[in-house]
Design a protein around this ligand. Structure first.
Ligand code: PMP
Length: 292
């Protein structure tokens, strides 16, 4: 079956991307991307938090000086059309903004967006993740912004993930440059202690995840205390339970850190309550804006 992508304002076969091989994005990781999920709801296929994701895309561009301004609704409509063309329903959608050539930001008036989509039906079962504290810290925000989805930032993510999986772990927990718990290579983190949940404060040290924000809202609606603060690795390990969250993975329980298991059965944790509530929310047609 032919695969289509959206690029330069048109739907074309994925084999003809037209992305410039000389572009800064290819050579230097100077680009911006997003990751969205679509779900089959009882009101058809819907893209969860589409507006928030495309707004974050623009903000990420702004943070590194890519002059990329588009109508968010035009990009949302293009994403829906792309799903239709590729006959996708439970899918992952990947918008990618690429830029021009050379080392100079001024040439970035040629920035353009390509949107790809592929099937995604992530189901982790009840498997909990065995994690390790990574020896690779998140990059310093003093060098370039890391609270944005910049392609080059993910060099650090790939190195940390590879180290973890080579050592037999499922995922890595990365610290920020100050030594506090930051995030995993591709998700935000929470831990639970005495019925309250803790998450690294939204700051220049983490990506302000859209799933993280959604879970904080759900937790507050359940009267669960959410505390955003700097968390040491010792505090994180000494919690009763922990979980990660992202658009792609949703909510996944963490079974252990550095081979030390959490005390609380994940099924009895606040994380499991939020996992169920999140799953319900993404399938609820009332969670979606009407896009025309
Ligand atoms: N942190 C990092 C480094 C990520 O790549 C992601 C995935 N985009 C997240 C957190 C979670 O963000 P979101 O919930 O918006 O997908």
């Amino acid at each position: 079956m032919k695969k289509y992508i959206y690029t330069k304002g048109e739907f074309v076969e994925s084999t003809s991307t037209g992305i410039d091989i000389f572009s800064q994005s290819v050579h230097y990781g100077f680009g911006v991307f997003e990751g969205l999920r679509s779900y089959v709801t009882d009101n058809g296929v819907k893209i969860f938090k589409a507006k928030e994701h495309f707004e974050r895309l623009m903000k990420s561009c702004e943070k590194i000086g890519i002059p990329f301004k588009r109508d968010v609704y035009e990009l949302i409509r293009a994403s829906y059309r792309l799903l239709e063309l590729n006959k996708l329903d439970n899918a992952y959608i990947r918008p990618l903004v690429t830029t021009g050539r050379g080392m100079d930001l001024k040439i970035n008036d040629v920035a353009d967006i390509t949107i790809m989509a592929w099937e995604w039906d992530f189901y982790n079962g009840n498997k909990l993740l065995n994690t390790c504290i990574s020896s690779h810290r998140r990059s310093s925000p003093k060098t370039s912004p890391i609270d944005a989805k910049i392609t080059g930032n993910y060099i650090n993510s790939i190195i940390a993930t590879t180290e973890a999986t080579n050592n037999g772990y499922d995922d890595a927990i990365q610290l920020d440059e100050r030594g506090f718990v930051a995030e995993t290579p591709g998700a935000n983190l929470f831990c639970e202690k005495d019925g309250k949940i803790y998450t690294p404060a939204s700051s220049e040290y983490i990506l302000a995840g859209i799933t993280r924000a959604t879970l904080i809202r759900i937790a507050k609606s359940f009267d669960i205390d959410v505390i955003e603060k700097d968390i040491t690795p010792e505090e994180f390990k000494d919690a009763d339970s922990a979980f990660l969250c992202s658009t792609a993975a949703e909510v996944v329980g963490i079974g252990s850190v550095d081979d030390v298991p959490y005390r609380l059965n994940f099924e009895d944790s606040v994380g499991a309550t939020l996992q169920r509530a999140y799953k319900k929310l993404v399938l609820d047609k009332l969670s979606y804006e009407v896009i025309i």
